[in-house]
Design a protein around this ligand. Structure first.
Ligand SMILES: [Zn+2]
Length: 149
């Protein structure tokens, strides 16, 4: 199951031509570096979800694009992400989640929350690059890990 439903109606990433996901400007302003912030104009932006593309956010009504290194946090699904965050609000990494599954037998998102402290101080609108709750990211890691066992 895809992590995020791709919106087929919005403009594709100008670099890789894959479908992006709409993100609120309020989220982008919190995730982008102070330097890159000066280039944020207009109101409609999308996030490129292609693992191999270096573009992060791109404007839907102008030619403005941002790279992954214009952000203050790595995008978890890009190929060179380090660290890979599962929960941006509580700074819980994918490794933390894997440890909770392997060492503590966590099987559900709720178990992972208990063992890692993920989603404790949730403010996803300003911390998660999509502006959405991270429970789907955690669920995907659980699915991957439980298949491996
Ligand atoms: Zn792209």
């Amino acid at each position: 199951m895809p992590l995020v439903k791709k919106e087929t109606s919005i403009k594709k990433c100008p670099e890789c031509n894959s479908h992006g996901v709409l993100v609120k400007k309020e989220t982008i302003k919190a995730i982008i570096s102070e330097y890159a912030l000066k280039r944020v104009v207009g109101d409609a932006f999308a996030l490129c979800m292609n693992r191999n593309c270096e573009i992060s956010y791109y404007s839907l009504d102008s030619n403005i694009v941002f790279n992954t290194n214009d952000l203050i946090v790595p995008l978890w699904y890009k190929k060179d992400a380090n660290p890979i965050y599962a929960c941006y609000c509580s700074k819980v990494t994918k490794n933390d989640v894997i440890l909770a599954i392997k060492d503590h037998g966590a099987k559900t998102v709720n178990d992972v929350k208990l063992f890692t402290g993920a989603m404790k101080n949730s403010d996803c609108l300003h911390h998660n690059p999509l502006g959405k709750c991270c429970h789907k990211i955690i669920q995907e890691i659980i699915n991957e890990e439980i298949q491996d066992i």
